[in-house]
Ligand binder design. Structure first.
Ligand SMILES: C[S@@+](CC[C@H](N)C(=O)[O-])C[C@H]1O[C@@H](n2cnc3c(N)ncnc32)[C@H](O)[C@@H]1O
Ligand SMILES: [Zn+2]
Length: 283
């Protein structure tokens, strides 16, 4: 079994196939993209950037890396691996993690695929350069791209499975790059996710379900499986609580008072409530 680097990347400017020429990816129209010293390639055209540094900042990336490496979300990774292995076809597969952050989950999947004897091409993309630099440090056998879910920079109908974990799915783009019958695995917060922390930082807690799938269904996806994961974490200390706040949207949403209340917490056990949904792209 082996992990292959991607060979089916698409030019983000015109969609043409990219070919590898030494340390550069080039299309037939002469657009070229350097492979960075850390091993990733930036396929996010400057004109498509909505801000100078889109996506998560270095501080957010580092907080997420520390929190995930401490193992609090390991049961999420375990369930993800089991589900991915169950859903993937034959031996030679392409998996793309759309909004991969610092690569924790795709790295876990790569280990599961190696152990199960698959040949695989794994692509992780994120709009945040600091996230991709951290990901490239984590696993050198995966193809890491700075790119956007709006324009994932791989050729149409080449991907067997897309992961979108706590992220921002763009269904038309995902439908374009998946093979017919390909799978989209969405992982999102359930109604009770991190409830104890939310009760500290918000005056009133809304237990909302994960977002509806209407747009996915309109794009020809069909929901074929849905699973929940519910558990309580080990105790988080003050630093880990701070890391968790930095890596979640609560950092932006919470009031000053809410953040102060969280900063006063010395320890907490948290509920993890996560929903896994598998969608299939109809042929
Ligand atoms: C909540 S984080 C989740 C990261 C990772 N999937 C995980 O669960 O650890 C959301 C990620 O989406 C990235 N992101 C935001 N907008 C994006 C876009 N349009 N395309 C690709 N990635 C995006 C952010 O930079 C961030 O790394
Ligand atoms: Zn081009």
């Amino acid at each position: 079994m082996q992990l292959n680097k991607a060979t089916h990347l698409a030019c983000p400017l015109d969609g043409l196939p990219l070919a590898l020429d030494e340390r550069q990816w080039r299309c037939a129209n002469g657009h070229s993209f350097d492979i960075a010293r850390q091993g990733y390639v930036n396929l996010l055209p400057v004109q498509n950037k909505k801000s100078r540094e889109p996506g998560d900042s270095s501080a957010m990336v580092e907080a997420r890396r520390r929190f995930l490496d401490a193992g609090f979300y390991l049961p999420i990774a375990e369930q993800l691996k089991a589900l991915a292995l169950h859903c993937l076809p034959g031996a030679d597969v392409c998996v793309l993690d759309a909004g991969c952050g610092e690569g924790y989950y795709l790295d876990q999947i790569s280990q599961a695929l190696i152990e199960s004897g698959h040949d695989a091409t794994l692509i992780g993309l994120d709009i945040a350069k600091p996230a991709i630099i951290a990901a490239a440090r984590r696993n050198k056998h995966i193809t890491w791209l700075v790119a956007s879910n709006n324009n994932p920079a791989v050729l149409p109908a080449t991907v067997d499975m897309i992961l979108c974990m706590f992220g921002f799915p763009v269904y038309p783009a995902f439908a374009r790059i998946l093979k017919p019958g390909g799978r989209l695995l969405l992982v999102d917060a359930g109604p009770e996710h991190l409830l104890e922390l939310r009760e500290v930082i918000y005056p009133e807690v809304r237990k909302s379900p994960p977002s509806a799938l209407d747009k996915a269904l309109e794009m020809g996806f069909e929901l074929i499986d849905s699973q929940a994961l519910h558990y309580r974490t080990n105790e988080l200390n003050q630093t880990q609580i701070a890391d968790l706040l930095v890596m979640t949207p609560h950092l932006y949403r919470a009031s000053h008072a809410g953040k102060e209340a969280a900063a006063q917490l010395e320890r907490i056990h948290l509920t993890v409530d996560v929903v896994f949904r598998v969608l299939e792209k109809k042929s």
